[in-house]
Design a binder for this molecule. Structure first.
Ligand code: NOJ
Length: 541
């Protein structure tokens, strides 16, 4: 496989609403990101995925775009954006923009035009259908609850919205629309960005009449066309958000020979704590053997025909330490364990803001504390279905998206140093102890584990290119694997539980690469792994 810069990168996701406010309006902004570039450079990342910063009425926090070529006023101006790209470049950091082209905002000029009349030239940029017997055209459901069809009085037709009714779906079958999108992408490429993260890109080929949303028949034709019309001949990185992808589907997107995307986000592991066939809100405990099986499958299946992304967190997912670790008694240990487990794997790792200091979920007591449209709609829908408020809040506290979106905790001053105003979303009260300033001052904090892992990836081809092999002969809760390249072999051992676990080292350990507990000597022989203990050894083959 031809080596590209993004094979060896570590990406940091900035959710601009919650990263750093500089003008006291309680909302993060682009100048805020600029002021924190030195921090990110010190951490060692070389790529930032910036969640949407475009003009938006914020029905879905910027994932509802009303102008792709303008910056949201709360975030700043186009000049700020250009400054961010330039300042990042000085620190050898590339900016990946979020590309949200499954839908726009209903306040986008195209939709305002489209809903005027059936004859409007923009009508066909969206997906319209007549009522059937006075009802919705079919049973398609919105991810944000309720029908995916919204009746529009002016023309007495329904339009499709897989997300909120303020996020009408674009009609990718329309070639003019596709060309406009490619032009918009080139506008951003010309500004010097490093690539795109593509929001729910698996749904652009949908067949709404057949109730097929993801993996429609023309999806890959569109991506190949997009590739040719935009980033194909440039040295950019692209990552597609693809919820239902299997390893075979991942190859369709990311096999370099097919000229589509650099890599995708697959979500198979993310679904392991939800009941089969139900929603993410229907909880079940994680089975660690299943996690091992799923992640190992992704590690070994792509070969030279695709590339993995590696992540635990993003702005849609709960914080990993609260989710599958222990955010009370073993926050540091479990946080470092998750970092080591993921960052030693093959693929491009993503760190979500605050993950590097071990930020945790913030449980709410009442629905009035929630901001996220998905959570709020689901709450009301489930109430009508007969769930109790307590049951629903339990799901929200486990899986709600606000968990990841609370403001970044910079220091222990008021509002965690995020803003001098009133934060748009509550700050987690644990900012007094969990914050960047404290983490930087403590030489063995989670931050330094991340920093060390990034450094190791930069300096060891084995981490980037080595083969992966799961160690199968372990207790259920121990996740261990080898990475090998040429004559070198590394062993990664992670106790994923808060109980001690026996582990017998079969190999002769040579060097300790990293560990989340102080080690008096290089581990050898029969071990009793401590809660969430994780280490990496160079071993002799
Ligand atoms: C996925 C994004 O990550 C999420 O935040 C958003 O709500 C949906 N796509 C719709 O754009």
């Amino acid at each position: 496989m031809e080596k590209k810069w993004w094979h060896q990168s570590v990406v940091y996701q900035v959710y601009p609403h919650s990263f750093q406010d500089t003008n006291g309006d309680g909302v993060g902004d682009l100048q805020g990101v600029i002021t924190r570039l030195d921090y990110l450079h010190y951490l060692g990342i070389d790529t930032i995925w910036l969640s949407p910063v475009y003009e938006s009425p914020n029905d879905d926090n910027g994932y509802d775009i009303s102008d792709y070529q303008a910056i949201m006023a709360e975030f700043g101006t186009m000049a700020d954006m250009e400054e961010l790209i330039a300042e990042a470049k000085k620190r050898e950091i590339k900016i990946i923009m979020d590309l949200v082209v499954n839908h726009t905002s209903d306040e986008h000029a195209w939709f305002i035009e489209a809903r005027q009349s059936k004859e409007n030239p923009y009508r066909d940029y969206y997906i319209w259908r007549d009522p059937i017997n006075g009802n919705e055209p079919n049973q398609l459901r919105s991810i944000f609850s309720g029908s995916a069809w919204q009746f529009d009085e002016t023309t007495s037709q329904y339009y499709l919205h897989l997300y909120s009714k303020k996020q009408p779906d674009l009609n990718w079958e329309n070639p003019h629309l596709r060309q406009e999108i490619y032009q918009m992408m080139n506008f951003w490429i010309d500004k010097g960005i490093g690539g795109f993260r593509m929001d729910v890109i698996d749904t652009i080929g949908k067949l709404p009449d057949q109730e097929i949303t993801s993996n429609g028949p023309k999806l890959h034709d569109y991506l190949q066309e997009m590739n040719q019309a935009t980033f194909g001949n440039k040295d950019l990185m692209t990552v597609g958000e693809t919820w239902g992808a299997t390893t075979d589907i991942a190859k369709l997107y990311s096999d370099p020979k097919r000229n589509e995307l650099s890599m995708i986000f697959q979500f198979e592991h993310v679904g392991l704590d939800q009941q089969a066939g139900k929603d993410k809100w229907d909880l079940k405990p994680l089975s660690i053997p299943e996690l091992k099986q799923v992640l190992s499958k992704w590690q070994t299946s792509l070969g030279n025909e695709g590339w993995n992304s590696l992540f635990w967190n993003n702005h849609d997912l709960p914080r990993i330490i609260s989710r599958w670790g222990n955010d009370q008694d073993y926050r540091e240990e479990s946080g470092k364990m998750f970092a080591i487990l993921l960052h030693m794997m093959k693929g491009t790792p993503y760190i979500y803001q605050g993950e590097e200091i071990g930020m945790t979920n913030y449980p709410i007591k009442d629905i009035s504390e929630a901001q996220d449209i998905e959570t709020i709609n689901m709450y009301h829908e489930r109430l009508t279905l007969g769930f109790t408020p307590e049951e629903i809040l339990c799901s929200i506290n486990a899986k709600g998206r606000d968990n990841a979106r609370t403001p970044m905790q910079w220091d222990n001053s008021e509002h965690a140093g995020f803003t001098t105003g009133t934060p748009w979303l509550h700050v987690n009260p644990n900012y007094q102890t969990i914050n960047v300033k404290t983490a930087l001052a403590k030489k063995d904090s989670i931050f330094y584990t991340y920093k060390q892992l990034i450094e190791l990836r930069k300096n060891n081809e084995l981490i980037v290119w080595g083969d992966y092999q799961l160690v199968t002969d372990t207790p259920d809760d121990v996740f261990a694997y080898y990475r090998t390249l040429n004559n070198e072999q590394w062993l990664v051992v992670c106790n994923m539980s808060e109980k001690n676990q026996p582990y017998t080292l079969a190999d002769q350990a040579m060097t300790l690469v990293i560990s989340n507990y102080p080690q008096k000597q290089i581990p050898t022989g029969k071990l009793n792994l401590r809660p969430y203990e994780a280490f990496v050894l160079k071993t002799s083959k």
